[in-house]
Write a protein that binds this ligand. Structure first.
Ligand SMILES: Cc1cc2nc3c(=O)[nH]c(=O)nc-3n(C[C@H](O)[C@H](O)[C@H](O)COP(=O)(O)OP(=O)(O)OC[C@H]3O[C@@H](n4cnc5c(N)ncnc54)[C@H](O)[C@@H]3O)c2cc1C
Length: 309
C-alpha cells in the first residue's frame, strides 16, 4: 500500500510542489541524484569511473508539455556529451535518454519529433565516442520506443534500449532484440502497470526476468543486467559462466546510491559494472520512484528532518 501511495505521489503535482520546496527532501535526493547541472553529473561520473566503474548519465525530466523543453533537453545532452569527451570520460561513460523528455507523447506527431531529437543526441554521442541507451517508460510507449530504437540503430548500431520484465510482451521483445551487437538493458520495470499488460506478483516478475535473461545471455547480444536483486545477479553470473561468456561481454547495472559496496565488489571481480547517474532539476518523480521501491529508505527522510531540527 505504501508503495502505491508513493508511486501516486510521484505523479502528483501538488505533492511535487510541496516536497520539492522542502529543504530536507533535497538532502534525501542527493543520495540518489548527482545534482542539478551537467557539471554535477560530470563530477560524479568522474568520481565513479575513478573507482573502476562505468556510468550512464540521465538528464531528468519526462512528460514534457511543449517542444521548446525537448530542444532544451537535447542541448543539455549535447553539453554533457561534449564534457564527457573533453574530460576523457567518453569510453567509460554513456548517456541514457527518456523519449518522453524529447516529446514522444506530445499530441500530433510526437513520435517523429522525438525521433529527430533523439537523432541529434545519438549523432553527437557517436561522434564523441559516447554510447546511448533508451530508457523504457510506461507500457503505452513501448511500441513507439522500439520503433524509434529501430530507426536509430539503422544508423548507429550501438544504441541500446531497456526492457521491463514486468510486461507480458517482454520475452518476445527480448527475442527480437537478441541479435549480434544489440545492447539490451533488462529491468524489472519501474511503473505500476495494469494486469492485462503486466505481471502483478513480484515472483512472476522475477521468473519473467530470468526467462528474458536466459534469452539474452544465450544470444550474441550484450545483456545489461539492471537490477539490485542479489538472487537475479547470482543467476546472471551463473548463466554467463554456463554459456562461457567472458565477464566483459555483459554488464551489471545499478542505480547511483543503491548498493554502492556491491557495485565495487562486482567490478573487482572483473565484471563490467555500470552506475546509472541521474541529474537535473526535475528530480522529484525519480526520487519518489526509488523510495517506492524500498519504502525502508523513507527513514532517510526522518533522519534528514532530525538532523535539521
Ligand atoms: C541501471 C538501471 C536502469 C533502469 N532503467 C529503467 C528503465 O529504463 N525503465 C524502467 O521501467 N525501469 C528502469 N529501472 C528500474 C527498475 O525497473 C526497477 O524499478 C529497479 O531497478 C528496482 O528493481 P530491482 O531489480 O533492483 O529489484 P527490487 O525488487 O526493487 O529489489 C530486489 C532486491 O534488491 C535489493 N535491493 C533493492 N534496493 C536496495 C537498496 N536500496 N539497498 C539495498 N538493497 C536493495 C534487496 O535485496 C531487494 O530485496 C532501471 C534500473 C537500473 C538499475
Amino acid at each position: 500500500m505504501l508503495r502505491s501511495a508513493l508511486l501516486a505521489a510521484s505523479r502528483s503535482t501538488n505533492a511535487r510542489r510541496s516536497i520539492q520546496a522542502f529543504p530536507p527532501s533535497r538532502a534525501v535526493a542527493q543520495r540518489f541524484v548527482a545534482g542539478e547541472t551537467e557539471e554535477d553529473a560530470l563530477r560524479v561520473a568522474g568520481q565513479l569511473t575513478g573507482t573502476g566503474l562505468l556510468v550512464t548519465v540521465d538528464h531528468l525530466g519526462e512528460d514534457i508539455t511543449d517542444r521548446e523543453q525537448a530542444h532544451r533537453t537535447v542541448e543539455s545532452y549535447q553539453r554533457l556529451i561534449t564534457g564527457m569527451a573533453s574530460s576523457g570520460l567518453a569510453p567509460r561513460a554513456e548517456v541514457s535518454v527518456k523519449l518522453s523528455a524529447l516529446g514522444q507523447s506530445l499530441p500530433g506527431a510526437g513520435e517523429p519529433f522525438a525521433l529527430d531529437r533523439a537523432f541529434e543526441i545519438v549523432r553527437a554521442a557517436d561522434t564523441a565516442g559516447v554510447l546511448v541507451t533508451l530508457d523504457m517508460e510506461d507500457h503505452t510507449t513501448t511500441d513507439s520506443t522500439l520503433r524509434i530504437l529501430g530507426r536509430l540503430r539503422a544508423e548507429v548500431a550501438s544504441v541500446g534500449c531497456a526492457l521491463q520484465a514486468s510486461l507480458h510482451r517482454t520475452q518476445d521483445d527480448a527475442r527480437a532484440l537478441a541479435t549480434a551487437g544489440s545492447r539490451v538493458r533488462l529491468t524489472k520495470g519501474a511503473y505500476r502497470e495494469p494486469g492485462r499488460v503486466a505481471h502483478q506478483r513480484f515472483a512472476d516478475i522475477d521468473a519473467a526476468y530470468v526467462r528474458a535473461l536466459e534469452t539474452l545471455m544465450r544470444s550474441e547480444a550484450r545483456p545489461l543486467v539492471a537490477t539490485h536483486d542479489p538472487a537475479l545477479l547470482a543467476t546472471a553470473i551463473r548463466l554467463a559462466q554456463e554459456v562461457r561468456r567472458p565477464p566483459t561481454s555483459y554488464e551489471v547495472q545499478m542505480l547511483y546510491g543503491i548498493r554502492p559496496a556491491e557495485q565495487l565488489r562486482l567490478a573487482a571481480e572483473g565484471i563490467d559494472v555500470r552506475v546509472y547517474v541521474a541529474f537535473g532539476r526535475e528530480w522529484y518523480g525519480y526520487v519518489m520512484r526509488r523510495l517506492a521501491e524500498r519504502p525502508a529508505s523513507l527513514s532517510l527522510f526522518a533522519r534528514a528532518l532530525v538532523s535539521r531540527s
